[in-house]
Design a protein around this ligand. Structure first.
Ligand code: SF4
Length: 321
Protein backbone atom coordinates (compact mmCIF):
# COMPACT_ATOMS: atom_id res chain seq x y z
CA UNK A 1 0.00 0.00 0.00
CA UNK A 2 1.41 3.42 -0.92
CA UNK A 3 -1.51 5.71 -0.07
CA UNK A 4 -4.05 5.59 2.75
CA UNK A 5 -6.75 8.25 2.66
CA UNK A 6 -8.77 8.12 5.89
CA UNK A 7 -11.99 10.04 6.53
CA UNK A 8 -10.82 13.00 4.43
CA UNK A 9 -13.14 16.02 4.38
CA UNK A 10 -12.72 19.32 2.53
CA UNK A 11 -14.83 22.43 3.07
CA UNK A 12 -15.23 25.53 0.93
CA UNK A 13 -15.73 28.65 3.00
CA UNK A 14 -17.69 31.10 0.86
CA UNK A 15 -20.70 32.28 2.80
CA UNK A 16 -22.05 29.04 4.27
CA UNK A 17 -19.38 26.32 4.40
CA UNK A 18 -19.91 23.67 1.75
CA UNK A 19 -18.49 20.19 2.41
CA UNK A 20 -17.26 19.19 -1.05
CA UNK A 21 -15.50 16.03 0.20
CA UNK A 22 -17.24 14.32 3.09
CA UNK A 23 -15.31 11.60 4.88
CA UNK A 24 -13.68 9.78 1.95
CA UNK A 25 -11.55 6.74 2.80
CA UNK A 26 -9.64 4.38 0.53
CA UNK A 27 -6.25 2.77 0.12
CA UNK A 28 -4.16 2.67 -3.02
CA UNK A 29 -1.49 0.17 -3.96
CA UNK A 30 1.77 0.27 -5.89
CA UNK A 31 1.23 0.02 -9.63
CA UNK A 32 -2.56 0.22 -9.32
CA UNK A 33 -4.86 2.34 -11.53
CA UNK A 34 -7.83 3.79 -9.65
CA UNK A 35 -10.51 5.66 -11.61
CA UNK A 36 -12.71 8.16 -9.75
CA UNK A 37 -15.89 9.06 -11.63
CA UNK A 38 -18.89 11.26 -10.97
CA UNK A 39 -20.85 14.21 -12.31
CA UNK A 40 -19.37 17.72 -12.43
CA UNK A 41 -19.47 19.25 -8.96
CA UNK A 42 -19.42 15.92 -7.08
CA UNK A 43 -16.10 16.78 -5.41
CA UNK A 44 -13.76 14.53 -7.36
CA UNK A 45 -11.26 17.24 -8.38
CA UNK A 46 -11.40 18.72 -4.86
CA UNK A 47 -10.58 15.25 -3.50
CA UNK A 48 -7.61 15.01 -5.84
CA UNK A 49 -6.37 18.45 -4.79
CA UNK A 50 -6.89 17.45 -1.16
CA UNK A 51 -4.77 14.34 -1.65
CA UNK A 52 -2.02 16.31 -3.39
CA UNK A 53 -2.28 19.11 -0.77
CA UNK A 54 -2.85 21.67 -3.50
CA UNK A 55 -5.99 23.23 -2.05
CA UNK A 56 -6.07 26.97 -1.71
CA UNK A 57 -8.60 29.26 0.04
CA UNK A 58 -11.57 29.16 0.24
CA UNK A 59 -10.99 25.36 0.24
CA UNK A 60 -9.58 23.83 3.40
CA UNK A 61 -9.05 20.33 4.79
CA UNK A 62 -11.68 19.92 7.51
CA UNK A 63 -10.52 16.55 8.81
CA UNK A 64 -8.91 13.21 8.05
CA UNK A 65 -5.47 12.05 6.98
CA UNK A 66 -3.61 11.38 3.72
CA UNK A 67 -0.78 8.99 4.47
CA UNK A 68 1.68 8.62 1.60
CA UNK A 69 4.83 6.55 2.02
CA UNK A 70 4.32 6.59 5.79
CA UNK A 71 3.87 10.39 6.13
CA UNK A 72 0.61 12.21 6.81
CA UNK A 73 0.71 14.84 4.05
CA UNK A 74 -1.94 16.93 5.84
CA UNK A 75 0.52 17.70 8.62
CA UNK A 76 3.59 18.45 6.48
CA UNK A 77 4.85 22.01 6.15
CA UNK A 78 4.91 23.67 2.72
CA UNK A 79 8.66 23.05 2.53
CA UNK A 80 8.33 19.38 3.45
CA UNK A 81 5.53 18.98 0.91
CA UNK A 82 7.61 20.53 -1.85
CA UNK A 83 10.26 17.89 -1.23
CA UNK A 84 7.76 15.03 -1.60
CA UNK A 85 5.55 16.45 -4.32
CA UNK A 86 6.86 15.81 -7.81
CA UNK A 87 9.74 13.65 -6.58
CA UNK A 88 7.56 10.92 -4.99
CA UNK A 89 4.16 11.76 -6.43
CA UNK A 90 3.22 14.14 -9.19
CA UNK A 91 0.12 15.76 -10.60
CA UNK A 92 -1.23 16.16 -14.14
CA UNK A 93 -3.80 18.91 -14.38
CA UNK A 94 -6.94 19.11 -16.47
CA UNK A 95 -5.76 21.73 -18.94
CA UNK A 96 -2.10 21.62 -19.96
CA UNK A 97 -2.47 25.06 -21.56
CA UNK A 98 -3.25 26.49 -18.12
CA UNK A 99 -0.68 24.39 -16.27
CA UNK A 100 2.24 25.12 -18.61
CA UNK A 101 3.95 28.50 -18.61
CA UNK A 102 3.14 30.07 -22.03
CA UNK A 103 6.31 32.19 -22.19
CA UNK A 104 8.86 29.47 -21.43
CA UNK A 105 10.07 26.66 -23.64
CA UNK A 106 9.40 23.07 -22.57
CA UNK A 107 13.13 22.66 -21.82
CA UNK A 108 13.11 25.69 -19.49
CA UNK A 109 10.04 24.38 -17.65
CA UNK A 110 11.57 20.94 -17.15
CA UNK A 111 14.75 22.60 -15.96
CA UNK A 112 12.76 24.67 -13.41
CA UNK A 113 11.21 21.50 -11.98
CA UNK A 114 14.51 19.63 -11.75
CA UNK A 115 16.37 22.58 -10.22
CA UNK A 116 13.60 23.07 -7.66
CA UNK A 117 14.26 19.51 -6.52
CA UNK A 118 18.01 19.82 -6.30
CA UNK A 119 19.28 18.70 -9.72
CA UNK A 120 21.82 21.33 -10.82
CA UNK A 121 23.82 19.51 -13.48
CA UNK A 122 22.78 20.95 -16.86
CA UNK A 123 23.84 17.87 -18.84
CA UNK A 124 21.82 15.65 -16.50
CA UNK A 125 18.77 17.93 -16.81
CA UNK A 126 19.06 17.96 -20.60
CA UNK A 127 19.46 14.18 -20.78
CA UNK A 128 16.51 13.46 -18.45
CA UNK A 129 14.31 15.96 -20.32
CA UNK A 130 15.07 14.18 -23.59
CA UNK A 131 14.40 10.80 -22.00
CA UNK A 132 10.96 11.69 -20.63
CA UNK A 133 9.85 13.29 -23.91
CA UNK A 134 10.89 10.14 -25.75
CA UNK A 135 8.87 8.10 -23.23
CA UNK A 136 5.72 9.92 -24.33
CA UNK A 137 6.76 9.59 -27.98
CA UNK A 138 7.54 13.24 -28.63
CA UNK A 139 10.66 14.11 -30.57
CA UNK A 140 13.10 15.81 -28.14
CA UNK A 141 13.49 18.56 -30.72
CA UNK A 142 10.29 19.93 -29.15
CA UNK A 143 12.17 20.79 -25.98
CA UNK A 144 12.79 24.08 -27.76
CA UNK A 145 9.06 24.55 -28.46
CA UNK A 146 6.68 26.77 -26.53
CA UNK A 147 3.30 25.39 -25.42
CA UNK A 148 1.33 27.25 -28.11
CA UNK A 149 3.41 25.54 -30.79
CA UNK A 150 2.15 22.09 -29.76
CA UNK A 151 -1.22 20.41 -30.33
CA UNK A 152 -3.56 19.78 -27.36
CA UNK A 153 -2.60 16.09 -27.25
CA UNK A 154 1.11 16.91 -27.34
CA UNK A 155 0.73 19.45 -24.53
CA UNK A 156 -0.92 16.84 -22.32
CA UNK A 157 1.87 14.38 -23.16
CA UNK A 158 4.42 17.08 -22.29
CA UNK A 159 2.68 17.42 -18.90
CA UNK A 160 2.77 13.66 -18.37
CA UNK A 161 6.46 13.64 -19.30
CA UNK A 162 7.04 16.42 -16.76
CA UNK A 163 5.26 14.31 -14.14
CA UNK A 164 7.72 11.49 -14.92
CA UNK A 165 10.92 13.53 -14.47
CA UNK A 166 11.66 11.93 -11.10
CA UNK A 167 10.05 8.51 -11.69
CA UNK A 168 7.40 9.02 -8.97
CA UNK A 169 5.54 6.17 -7.32
CA UNK A 170 2.17 7.82 -7.86
CA UNK A 171 0.71 10.19 -10.46
CA UNK A 172 -2.64 11.83 -9.78
CA UNK A 173 -4.46 12.98 -12.91
CA UNK A 174 -7.35 15.41 -13.04
CA UNK A 175 -9.32 14.83 -16.26
CA UNK A 176 -6.16 15.06 -18.40
CA UNK A 177 -8.02 14.10 -21.59
CA UNK A 178 -11.08 16.35 -21.23
CA UNK A 179 -9.90 18.96 -23.76
CA UNK A 180 -9.07 16.36 -26.42
CA UNK A 181 -11.17 14.80 -29.18
CA UNK A 182 -12.11 11.14 -28.72
CA UNK A 183 -9.32 9.78 -30.93
CA UNK A 184 -6.65 11.76 -29.06
CA UNK A 185 -8.30 10.76 -25.74
CA UNK A 186 -8.06 7.08 -26.56
CA UNK A 187 -4.48 7.38 -27.76
CA UNK A 188 -3.45 9.23 -24.57
CA UNK A 189 -5.17 6.65 -22.34
CA UNK A 190 -3.38 3.80 -24.14
CA UNK A 191 -0.11 5.62 -23.69
CA UNK A 192 -0.67 6.27 -19.98
CA UNK A 193 -1.47 2.58 -19.48
CA UNK A 194 1.64 1.48 -21.41
CA UNK A 195 3.85 3.84 -19.41
CA UNK A 196 2.30 2.61 -16.20
CA UNK A 197 3.05 -1.02 -17.12
CA UNK A 198 6.59 -0.14 -18.18
CA UNK A 199 7.52 2.10 -15.24
CA UNK A 200 5.28 0.66 -12.52
CA UNK A 201 3.83 3.88 -11.08
CA UNK A 202 0.35 3.99 -9.57
CA UNK A 203 -2.37 6.24 -11.01
CA UNK A 204 -5.40 7.99 -9.54
CA UNK A 205 -7.43 9.21 -12.48
CA UNK A 206 -10.40 11.53 -12.07
CA UNK A 207 -12.97 11.84 -14.87
CA UNK A 208 -16.66 12.50 -15.45
CA UNK A 209 -16.55 9.97 -18.33
CA UNK A 210 -17.09 6.47 -16.98
CA UNK A 211 -16.55 4.84 -20.37
CA UNK A 212 -13.08 6.42 -20.59
CA UNK A 213 -11.66 4.48 -17.67
CA UNK A 214 -13.63 1.27 -18.24
CA UNK A 215 -10.76 -0.44 -20.06
CA UNK A 216 -7.91 1.07 -18.12
CA UNK A 217 -8.60 1.19 -14.39
CA UNK A 218 -8.14 -1.73 -12.01
CA UNK A 219 -10.58 -0.30 -9.48
CA UNK A 220 -13.33 2.24 -9.86
CA UNK A 221 -14.73 4.66 -7.29
CA UNK A 222 -18.06 6.34 -7.99
CA UNK A 223 -18.45 9.67 -6.20
CA UNK A 224 -21.66 11.52 -5.45
CA UNK A 225 -22.08 14.73 -3.45
CA UNK A 226 -18.67 14.45 -1.80
CA UNK A 227 -18.77 10.75 -0.90
CA UNK A 228 -17.67 7.51 -2.48
CA UNK A 229 -20.95 5.65 -3.03
CA UNK A 230 -19.35 2.60 -4.64
CA UNK A 231 -15.78 1.32 -4.83
CA UNK A 232 -14.82 -1.99 -6.39
CA UNK A 233 -12.98 -3.80 -9.15
CA UNK A 234 -13.80 -1.99 -12.41
CA UNK A 235 -15.02 -5.14 -14.17
CA UNK A 236 -17.28 -5.99 -11.25
CA UNK A 237 -18.73 -2.46 -11.03
CA UNK A 238 -19.50 -2.45 -14.76
CA UNK A 239 -20.89 -6.00 -14.76
CA UNK A 240 -22.97 -5.69 -11.58
CA UNK A 241 -23.33 -2.10 -10.40
CA UNK A 242 -24.81 -1.98 -6.91
CA UNK A 243 -25.57 1.63 -6.07
CA UNK A 244 -28.60 3.19 -7.83
CA UNK A 245 -26.42 6.16 -8.82
CA UNK A 246 -23.83 3.90 -10.47
CA UNK A 247 -26.64 2.12 -12.32
CA UNK A 248 -27.96 5.50 -13.46
CA UNK A 249 -24.53 6.58 -14.73
CA UNK A 250 -24.12 3.33 -16.65
CA UNK A 251 -27.57 3.66 -18.20
CA UNK A 252 -26.73 7.20 -19.29
CA UNK A 253 -24.13 6.28 -21.90
CA UNK A 254 -24.59 4.06 -24.96
CA UNK A 255 -23.11 0.60 -25.40
CA UNK A 256 -21.79 -0.42 -28.80
CA UNK A 257 -22.91 -4.01 -28.06
CA UNK A 258 -26.42 -5.46 -27.79
CA UNK A 259 -29.76 -4.11 -28.95
CA UNK A 260 -30.55 -0.41 -29.29
CA UNK A 261 -32.11 0.89 -26.11
CA UNK A 262 -33.47 4.25 -25.04
CA UNK A 263 -30.86 5.97 -22.88
CA UNK A 264 -32.05 6.88 -19.40
CA UNK A 265 -30.69 9.94 -17.65
CA UNK A 266 -30.62 10.54 -13.90
CA UNK A 267 -33.48 12.91 -13.02
CA UNK A 268 -32.77 16.07 -11.05
CA UNK A 269 -29.42 17.70 -10.36
CA UNK A 270 -26.61 17.20 -7.83
CA UNK A 271 -27.40 18.82 -4.47
CA UNK A 272 -26.16 22.13 -3.11
CA UNK A 273 -23.28 21.00 -0.90
CA UNK A 274 -23.80 23.95 1.44
CA UNK A 275 -27.19 22.45 2.25
CA UNK A 276 -27.09 18.74 1.33
CA UNK A 277 -30.18 16.51 1.65
CA UNK A 278 -30.66 14.70 4.95
CA UNK A 279 -29.96 10.96 5.20
CA UNK A 280 -28.70 9.53 1.93
CA UNK A 281 -27.55 12.45 -0.22
CA UNK A 282 -28.88 10.71 -3.33
CA UNK A 283 -32.40 10.20 -2.00
CA UNK A 284 -34.14 13.09 -3.87
CA UNK A 285 -33.02 11.52 -7.19
CA UNK A 286 -33.02 7.83 -6.34
CA UNK A 287 -35.46 5.56 -8.21
CA UNK A 288 -35.23 2.99 -5.37
CA UNK A 289 -35.72 5.44 -2.47
CA UNK A 290 -37.24 4.01 0.73
CA UNK A 291 -38.77 5.91 3.68
CA UNK A 292 -35.69 5.44 5.88
CA UNK A 293 -33.37 6.90 3.19
CA UNK A 294 -34.42 10.44 4.14
CA UNK A 295 -33.17 10.01 7.72
CA UNK A 296 -30.32 7.51 7.69
CA UNK A 297 -26.89 8.29 6.23
CA UNK A 298 -25.97 4.90 4.74
CA UNK A 299 -22.78 3.35 6.14
CA UNK A 300 -20.27 1.66 3.84
CA UNK A 301 -21.04 -2.03 3.49
CA UNK A 302 -19.09 -4.65 1.55
CA UNK A 303 -21.04 -6.76 -0.91
CA UNK A 304 -18.95 -9.46 -2.61
CA UNK A 305 -15.82 -7.35 -2.41
CA UNK A 306 -17.41 -4.07 -3.52
CA UNK A 307 -17.90 -1.23 -1.01
CA UNK A 308 -21.27 0.46 -1.36
CA UNK A 309 -23.16 3.14 0.56
CA UNK A 310 -26.81 2.22 0.20
CA UNK A 311 -29.45 1.00 2.63
CA UNK A 312 -30.67 -1.53 0.05
CA UNK A 313 -27.69 -3.70 0.99
CA UNK A 314 -27.82 -3.39 4.75
CA UNK A 315 -29.24 -6.89 5.23
CA UNK A 316 -27.16 -8.56 2.53
CA UNK A 317 -23.80 -7.42 3.84
CA UNK A 318 -20.81 -9.64 4.29
CA UNK A 319 -18.92 -6.98 6.24
CA UNK A 320 -18.92 -3.31 7.17
CA UNK A 321 -15.93 -1.19 6.09
FE1 SF4 B 1 -31.39 5.11 -2.91
FE2 SF4 B 1 -31.89 4.77 -0.33
FE3 SF4 B 1 -29.83 3.54 -1.44
FE4 SF4 B 1 -29.76 6.17 -1.05
S1 SF4 B 1 -29.84 4.58 0.54
S2 SF4 B 1 -29.15 5.10 -2.86
S3 SF4 B 1 -31.89 6.71 -1.44
S4 SF4 B 1 -31.99 3.22 -1.90
Amino acid sequence: MILDVADLSVDYYAGRPARAVAGVSFTHHAGEFLGIVGESGCGKSTLLFGIAQLLSPPAEIAGGTVTFAGKNLVQLSAKELRAVRWRDFSVVMQSAMNALNPVKSIAAQYEDVMRAHGTRDRAEIRERSREVLKLVRIDPVHLKSFPHQLSGGMRQRVMIAMALLFSPELIVMDEPTSALDVVAQRSLMVQIKELQRELGFAVIFVTHDMSLVSNFSDRLAVMYAGKFVELGQTRQVFAEPLHPYTKGLLEAFPSIYGPRVQLEGIPGAPPNLADPPSGCRFHPRCPAVMPQCKDVDPPVVVVEGTEVRCLLYEEKVSGVA
